[in-house]
Write a protein that binds this ligand. Structure first.
Ligand code: XBP
Ligand code: MG
Length: 270
């Protein structure tokens, strides 16, 4: 039986398209803290813990609540957090402009294959649109068109809530089952699955220990013809890397599927 035709391929951004978190957002947060005169520093391990909260503003609020760092008098309110977050985004965009971040293995290949096959490409991200567009520009040179980008605060509830995916499906005018999503984190996976979209997980060092209950297919990266994709759970199909056929054959998790422990220990970047 021929695999179902994919009507849209939806990409997460941070950690999926590129390793933007450790070497991008984290660095930019620290630059913004220093510029604001704050004696805060988010090291690699601390940031890994804070990543459990999606969204930059939400992450700063969570840090204030859980770590209670030193705060200048009169600061710490929502407007102050929003301004600090905006400053961080400015630093992040400067980093992107310096060309410090590149796409993860297999991303360009799979984007190109989908585009050439006429499969519409879309984005569902917690990150701000102002951060997404320069990333696409610096890594892809805007050679791959995206028909819809759902980003940041367009929905009030961020991942793991399914809202960003529901929003995007409405924009696309497509049923969830006709789409496929690619996510790197537990929050992203939960959001996409809750929206009913069969989802491939491509983990990275920060998400290696995340729980991915009943995930049908989890890989270490998407792979290339000369660089096999490490399979943590499930089957890629005939090629040793993720293809459109791999994605077309992807199903939603079933209650019968076991979860996956993608980690044997502490992530190497923490
Ligand atoms: C990941 C996030 C984002 C980024 C920072 O988004 O949680 O918050 O860490 O971006 P996704 P902002 O994996 O959904 O792309 O500071 O702009 O929120
Ligand atoms: Mg992500």
């Amino acid at each position: 039986m021929a695999p179902p035709v994919i009507q849209a391929l939806i990409w997460d951004v941070d950690g999926t398209l590129a390793e933007t978190e450790r070497d991008g957002h984290r660095v930019a947060f620290n630059q913004a803290f220093a510029a604001a005169g704050l004696a805060w520093h988010w090291d690699v391990a601390t940031y890994g813990e804070l990543l459990k909260v999606a969204g930059g503003k939400e992450r700063i609020r969570h840090y204030l609540d859980t770590h209670q760092p030193p705060l200048p008098p009169g600061t710490g309110g929502q407007d102050w957090i929003a301004a600090l977050h905006q400053a961080k985004n400015h630093h992040y965009q400067t980093l992107l402009g310096q060309g410090t971040l590149s796409l993860r293995p297999g991303v360009h290949r799979l984007l190109t294959a989908a585009h050439q096959a006429g499969i519409p490409l879309a984005i569902a991200t917690t990150s701000h649109l102002d951060n997404v567009l320069p990333l696409l520009e610096t890594t892809l040179g805007n050679t791959i068109p995206f028909v819809a980008i759902a980003a940041g605060d367009v929905v009030p509830q961020k991942k793991p809530a399914p809202d960003i995916y529901h929003y995007l499906l409405r924009e696309l005018g497509l049923p969830a089952a006709a789409c496929r999503a690619i996510e790197d984190s537990s929050q992203g996976y939960q959001a996409a699955i809750a929206a009913g979209i069969p989802t491939l997980v491509t983990i990275n060092d920060y998400t290696r220990s995340d729980p991915f209950p009943a995930v049908p297919l989890a890989v270490g990266h998407l792979g290339e013809p000369d660089w096999a994709s490490p399979v943590l759970r499930g089957h890629l199909g005939p090629q040793p890397y993720v293809t459109l056929e791999t994605l077309a054959n992807l199903a939603l998790p079933t209650a019968a599927s076991p979860g996956v422990a993608t980690s044997t220990g502490t992530p190497s970047t923490r």
